[in-house]
Design a protein around this ligand. Structure first.
Ligand code: ADP
Ligand code: ZN
Ligand code: ZN
Length: 677
């Protein structure tokens, strides 16, 4: 057959819900054999789509008349590596999704739709892109002994070594990552490093640090706000090994990195690492698998590790390294105080003590941050004469008042309307906002401190591309006196001039049904508190403070925050989880169903509960989801549990196959290791 063109069969997976491999005929010669991991253009139904070659064979069971020819093979692109295919395969198996649905959506769109010519274009651009970096590297700061020990332990590790870097906020974890990276890059001439951050807004801060530190090293970034063209370039830079550091959000975990030598997961506890739709994967968990598969070190850093990771550190599966103190000389953790809202009744949401603390910062020219995890003006408006409230007509939820835009908006289905002039039921013209969001706090503060420069940062104020970065930059430049924000401002930012953090009303989360609520609230409070006092205290300047307004000053969770005591808090929570048979001592999956009528969804789940034998697996009763209706669709869920992960996995495989075969008209989805149940 040498040199003579012959037919072969390409086995291809496509981005479809059908869990199948499709055969296509292809003419090839020995000089140009198609390879596993290459992409191919094929016709599927009436469309032309790009698929991934997972096998090359000489025969097929597809009858001759039905066999289609592949249209082209993307030969100029190096095949995705067997390790990458194994990663996609693992994710597909573990999360019970077809391989094509895992492997293909992660690739840049342009790679899938571009013609051969356009692809050659893109590659040339990349070669140019590579040439732009030079300059002298910024000096590495002298690490303190704890940092040095951590950096050496991580950077010098060989083989699969998961490390939990447990370091208080401001302890200089970033510096540890960077110096560990420097060691790996120096040792492995081709080696690549993947760094994940939870939030897109944290990439510029770290990107700046990396560029300053490693000017000769090509850095690629991967996150959802890149344009398709940029995404393509950065993805290719990683795939071809030119980019030696790849920085990204959760989606970057599926990047092709042929020479990957180390993975860093910053703020590993952050729920944003969990993809909440489509393939509901945990980027952190996949990262640990990827490191294991390649036999390389991985570091998971946090001041408030997830209980899962804490548990692994306790059992010795992860090595724990600690940074107990802030890295900047004379910077100390802020003093946390509870302000009793029963005694000091808040006006416009602010207690007199918090107002006094804000005033003091203003007088001294220092920055303050007010944290309130609720955007909009007020979460609802109501009529005091008949009791009408602004419910969303499509969701089990309320229409949020957005005053600057003069609109009511549902945050779940995006339904919008103008603020009604009078009550739709009784005609009363005096409709009142109820409760308080960031916009209302901003308005109150402006009235209170007319001379102050106040900036609100939340999803509404940062809708325009680049505006979040601009806002954070102006805080860093000291152009803001009081910053008001949601969780967007709570994570990772190194605000140097901030000496006060006020937390407005965290109490609602104390009494949530969700067993993870206290873990989350605790982490969130510790993280936002950690934004204060990151620089050395100046002479005559304020000691840094965190003031928490609460009605429950005796609550043990707040006690732990006051003492900065993650250690005991986490250990106690883990004990509770063990006694109550909850994760991480138990493994869970959630089957969700959606239908126009709740009864239909419940009926489907009841049927699903009984359709497969399930020894060793607990299947709970179907229940409506806590927010039952979203965008006119009713949603219900079924929780499946087992103390054995392999047993659960085996069951889920059989179960999803059975459910798929039923071809029910009810829309369903399965989530493995759900975070919100
Ligand atoms: P973390 O991620 O642990 O919250 P960062 O990495 O943001 O902390 O570091 C906090 C601050 O400490 C940063 O401004 C950083 O530049 C500084 N820093 C880190 N290590 C050192 C060091 N060894 N000496 C002086 N400053 C340091
Ligand atoms: Zn009314
Ligand atoms: Zn709605």
């Amino acid at each position: 057959m040498h040199g003579i063109p012959h037919h072969c069969i390409l086995q291809i997976v496509l981005d479809t819900p059908l869990n199948a491999v499709f055969d296509y005929r292809w003419v090839c010669d020995a000089a140009n054999e198609p390879r596993i991991g290459q992409l191919a253009l094929v016709s599927f139904g009436r469309r032309e789509v790009v698929g991934l070659i997972v096998g090359v064979a000489h025969s097929t069971e597809v009858p001759e008349g039905k066999l289609k020819d592949a249209l082209s093979v993307r030969e100029q692109l190096a095949p995705l590596s067997p390790q990458w295919l194994a990663l996609a395969g693992f994710a597909a198996d573990y999360y019970q999704r077809p391989l094509g649905e895992v492997a293909l959506p992660g690739l840049p769109k342009n790679l899938r739709v571009l013609t051969t010519v356009a692809l050659d274009r893109a590659l040339k651009k990349l070669a140019k892109h590579d040439a732009v970096h030079d300059g002298t590297p910024l000096d590495m700061p002298q690490l303190n002994p704890a940092q040095q020990e951590a950096a050496d332990a991580i950077g010098g590790a060989k083989g699969f070594k998961p490390t939990l870097l447990y370091g208080v906020t401001g302890s200089g974890k970033t510096e540890v990552y960077l110096q560990a990276c420097a060691q790996v890059l120096a040792r492995e001439p081709q080696g690549q490093i993947l760094i994940l951050v939870p939030e897109i807004n944290l990439t510029p801060q770290l990107e700046g640090n990396i560029r300053a530190r490693f000017p000769g090293v090509m850095l690629a970034t991967l996150h959802s706000s890149l344009s398709e063209g940029e995404r393509m370039l950065h993805w290719l830079a990683a795939h071809q090994g030119q980019a030696r550091i790849v920085l990204g959000t959760r989606l970057a975990i599926l990047a092709s990195l042929p020479h990957l030598q180390m993975i860093v997961i910053d703020e590993e506890h952050d729920p944003s690492y969990k993809q909440q739709e489509g393939l509901r994967y945990s980027a952190r968990d996949l990262a640990v698998w990827r490191a294991w598969q390649l036999g390389i070190p991985i570091v998971l850093g946090s001041a408030t590790p997830s209980l899962e990771s804490w548990h692994h550190a306790q059992t010795g599966r992860y090595r724990r390294l600690e940074l107990r103190e802030r890295a900047v000389k004379n910077a100390v953790l802020p003093q946390v105080k509870l302000l009793d809202m029963e005694r000091d009744k808040p006006k416009d949401g602010l207690t007199a003590q918090l107002v006094a603390a804000l005033r003091q910062r203003l007088e001294r020219g220092e920055q303050s941050l007010l944290f309130l995890n609720r955007r909009g003006y007020s979460p609802v408006i109501c009529c005091e004469s008949c009791g009408w409230i602004s419910e969303c007509t499509r969701c089990t939820s309320f229409m949020v008042l957005h005053k600057p835009e003069h609109r009511l908006r549902c945050h779940h289905c995006s339904l919008e309307m103008r603020i009604p002039r009078h009550c739709p039921t009784c005609g009363n013209v005096d409709l009142q906002p109820l409760g308080r969001g960031t916009q209302r706090v901003e308005e109150g503060l402006q009235a209170l401190f007319p001379e102050a420069r106040i900036l609100r940062i939340d999803a509404d104020s940062t809708r325009k591309k680049g505006s979040a970065q601009e806002a954070f930059d102006s805080v860093h430049r000291g152009e803001v006196d009081i910053l008001i924000g949601t969780q967007m401002v709570a994570k990772g930012h190194d605000f140097k001039k901030l000496t006060l953090v006020g937390i407005m009303n965290p109490d609602t989360a104390l009494f949530s049904q969700d067993y993870r609520a206290s873990e989350r609230l605790f982490a969130q409070l510790m993280q936002v508190a950690g934004r204060a006092g990151r620089a050395a205290q100046t002479e005559g300047g304020s000691a840094s403070e965190v003031l928490i307004q609460t009605r429950y000053t005796q609550h043990p969770l707040y006690g732990a925050v006051v003492n900065h005591d993650y250690d005991h808090f986490a250990t106690a929570l883990l004990e509770e989880r063990e006694q109550a048979d909850l994760p991480p001592y138990l493994f869970q999956a959630l089957l969700r169903a959606e239908a126009a009528e709740l009864a239909t969804a419940i009926e489907f789940l009841s049927m699903a509960r009984d359709c497969v034998e399930h020894p060793g697996i607990t299947i709970n009763d179907p229940i409506p989801m806590s927010m039952t209706r979203v965008h006119n669709v009713d949603r219900a869920q079924l929780l499946v549990e087992s103390p054995s992960r392999p047993a659960l996995q085996a069951f889920l495989k059989l179960w999803t196959e059975t459910l798929r075969a039923m071809k029910s008209r009810v829309k369903w989805s399965l989530e493995v290791d759900p975070l919100d149940i």
